[in-house]
Design a protein. Structure first.
Length: 746
């Protein structure tokens, strides 16, 4: 093992940060905190309990960097700083949380327990790009400071790995920053940290795009600043003349937001005309405490519209670009007037008009409402998070935070699949609910599960953080009492459907068995006499009669004996005594006829056959193509080619819904595909193409659509073909036609 040592530069930087953090905390530290902390850190270093991470970062220096960030940027104090500095020792198993509690108190210990629980979650290899994982993270944290520390830790890590050679680890860290930590920072109103996470993620994952935009912004900064000044100057004069108290600022968009706009609008940097926005903020005057909320709001609205009128009288507005979020604020409380006007040099400029109160809400999110008149935002997660943010800034200590427990998810549990996919269930949901959520066939054959490696029954209730592996048996069948085991409506409906299908199958099986028995005895079955037999045997439902025969509870020979007795007794069966035909109680034959099973079999995931699937229209896969499955929202599976144009986005955003798939077997199915053909517009070229297609066996030409322009033709040919080998051969033949330039599969 490599010995852990400080470099001279690391030592100098650590000592400087140590002094800075100690000064920032001031009297927040308790009497023996500093001495105990020095003792733990020095002993851990001397006894070689500290280790550098995959990026080679010094854990002590890294801890002080993160501690400085949480104090300066977020406002956390003593307990969070101590937890951050002791975290490496606890994770290495060198220091127990009980020891930490003894030396530094329950609050520090609780933060470390939360960090440890989340570390254990990560070991389950979850797919982090999901709202479910974000929510599970929050429910496991218990103390909100855990989440705030994790955000600060990730910001610090992103700052430090700029020059690392560990490209794969760097990419993973950047993806997590973009998909997990930036949205959490946004929810908490930590907009500065959110923007930094997004920009650094873009810098590391899409290096060329980041530096292109950065260079373009640098090149245009001087002219942009001059333009903003020339735009603002006349507005300032007019607003001052109107007696308004205000300040104006120009704000350049972040590199990440510019890149998102370029991608959305499919345009180059020069095509993004709103690189900056002018913000007019009307300042508060007078004693607000003496005015009612209604009167205050009315005055604010009047001042905003007065400013709007002055600006639009100076610069021509674009009415299509007016956004009035003052009359009807956004659901998150955002209030502002947005208008795009034609400024000097015929450039469109976005102007945002708002008061100081509105600006604080816009900058800090819904949290600002807690300071202004106690206005509450939306209920649930967002309200809780923004309340925490407000408490951080207004409370003297962390007592309120310590008492604020996580109760948002008391009615929900979050569980993992063995692959790390994460699912949400209502509290009380069982293993059987989980199985049916994955797939009906898995539910129908479920016998139990392994939860965190321990075998349990299908009745076992799920707990947050469980890793569930379903166990199945080909002999297992759905049972009536399963309706009392499952808790979700989705699972209940699937159990009912399975029971109904089982009854139908048993009915058909039992009926066929009886018919064979009758045939063996050379008897003709009379439906009316059979109905009398069923009633005489005590059955009210024909389905129950056939089910008992199928299960062996009722002997078919006994039924035949009773049938012969009644037939020989010549008992008339007329009028209302005639029971409805048993045929009406079984599956409609027309439905059976439509249940076509494909000859070409797709094996999905781990050797699962016979699952319902559809071929995606976007890439039209056919037999022989390299394919994968994508689980859709309604639970069905769409099959895509691995080179489908949508494949990269599906893998990036919904990797947890991708399943393996491959072709197995070969049948008579044909598939629709479309070919794009481009060539010289010569006489007879289309005839030559169709002639080749018509000569191919087992190939059907569905449609052909050709357009001609400037001596070239281009068009789509839709055909039915049975596999990709024949398709490749056909495309090769078409390319040999004189004048044909390209033949590509769409």
């Amino acid at each position: 093992m490599v010995k852990f040592e400080f470099t001279p530069q690391e030592k100098e930087e650590t000592l400087a940060l140590y002094s800075e953090v100690r000064a920032l905390l001031g009297d927040a530290l308790k009497k023996d905190d500093e001495q105990l902390m020095r003792h733990h850190l020095v002993r851990a270093i001397e006894e070689q309990q500290m280790h550098r991470n995959v990026f080679g970062l010094n854990p002590v220096l890294f801890g002080f960097q993160t501690a400085q960030l949480v104090v300066e940027e977020i406002g956390l104090r003593r307990d969070a700083v101590i937890a951050i500095l002791l975290r490496p020792s606890v994770e290495e198993g060198y220091l127990s949380i009980d020891d930490v509690q003894s030396d530094f108190g329950e609050s520090v210990a609780r933060i470390l327990r939360g960090l440890q629980r989340i570390q254990q979650l990560y070991k389950k290899n979850p797919v982090i790009e999901t709202e479910n994982f974000r929510n599970l993270l929050l429910s496991f944290a218990e103390d909100m400071r855990v989440i705030l520390i994790m955000i600060a830790d990730r910001v610090n890590l992103m700052r430090q790995i700029r020059d690392t050679d560990q490209k794969e680890a760097k990419h993973k860290v950047s993806e997590e920053a973009a998909y997990l930590y930036a949205p959490l920072a946004h929810k908490l109103g930590l907009y500065k940290l959110k923007s930094e996470l997004e920009d650094l993620s873009l810098k590391y994952m899409e290096h060329d795009a980041y530096y292109l935009i950065k260079e373009k912004l640098s090149e245009t900064k001087k002219s942009r600043d001059a333009y903003i000044e020339s735009f603002i100057k006349p507005i300032e004069q007019r607003l001052a003349d109107a007696g308004l108290t205000f300040h104006i600022k120009g704000r350049t968009k972040s590199i990440h937001s510019i890149w998102q706009k370029m991608k959305k609008q499919k345009c180059p940097f020069e095509g993004v005309y709103d690189l900056f926005a002018i913000r007019v903020i009307i300042e508060e005057t007078g004693d607000r405490s003496q005015e009612s909320e209604k009167k205050l709001h009315s005055r604010e609205v009047m001042q905003c519209w007065q400013t709007f009128a002055i600006i639009t009288s100076m610069y021509q507005p674009n009415p299509k670009r007016l956004r009035d979020w003052i009359s009807i604020p956004k659901s998150n409380g955002y209030e502002s007037l947005h208008i795009t006007v034609l400024g000097p040099e015929h450039k469109w400029v976005e102007v945002q008009i708002r008061t100081e109160r509105m600006d604080e809400v816009a900058e800090r999110g819904v949290a600002a409402h807690w300071r202004y008149k106690g206005v509450k935002g939306e209920s649930g997660l967002d309200e809780w998070l923004t309340n925490i943010r407000s408490m951080l800034e207004t409370s003297d200590g962390m007592e309120a935070m310590d008492q604020f427990k996580m109760d948002l998810y008391e009615d929900e549990v979050f569980v993992f699949t063995p692959k790390g996919d994460l699912y949400k269930f209502p509290k009380g949901a069982t293993v059987l609910d989980f199985a049916y959520h994955i797939h009906s066939k898995l539910g129908n054959s479920c016998t139990g599960a392994r939860i965190n490696g321990r075998v349990v029954t299908l009745r076992q209730q799920l707990q947050s953080g469980d890793q569930v592996e379903i166990m199945t048996s080909s002999n297992q069948k759905p049972k009536q009492d399963w309706l009392n085991i499952v808790k979700t409506s989705r699972a209940k409906s699937k159990v009912r459907l399975a029971l109904k299908e089982t009854q139908v199958k048993e009915g058909l099986f039992a009926k066929e068995m009886l018919e064979r028995k009758f045939k063996n005895r050379k008897l003709e079955m009379d439906e009316s006499i059979m109905q009398v037999v069923i009633r005489k045997l005590g059955f009210k439902e024909v389905s129950d009669f056939y089910r008992q025969i199928a299960n062996g509870e009722l002997d078919a020979n006994h039924v035949l004996d009773r049938y012969v007795e009644i037939q020989q007794g010549d008992q008339p069966v007329t009028g209302n005594n005639v029971a409805e035909s048993a045929a009406n109680f079984v599956l409609d034959e027309s439905r059976l006829g439509n249940a076509h099973v494909q000859d070409d079999v797709l094996v999905i995931d781990k050797d699962l056959k016979g699952l319902d699937y559809q071929l995606a229209r976007c890439c039209q896969p056919i037999y022989g193509d390299s394919v994968f499955g994508f689980v859709t929202i309604n639970g069905g599976i769409k099959i895509h080619r691995t080179d489908c144009p949508n494949a990269p986005e599906l893998r990036k955003r919904f990797g947890y819904r991708i399943v393996k798939a491959k072709w197995s077997g070969k049948g008579t199915s044909q598939y629709t595909i479309t070919l794009r053909v481009i060539g010289n517009d010569d006489i007879g070229i289309v005839n030559n193409l169709t002639s080749i297609i018509s000569k191919e066996e087992k190939l059907v030409l569905r449609s052909i659509n050709i357009d001609s322009n400037d001596g070239l033709f281009s068009g789509n040919i839709t055909i039915m073909i049975d596999d990709n080998t024949r398709l490749e051969a056909l495309m090769k033949k078409l390319r040999t036609v004189k004048g044909v330039k390209q033949v590509n599969r769409i």
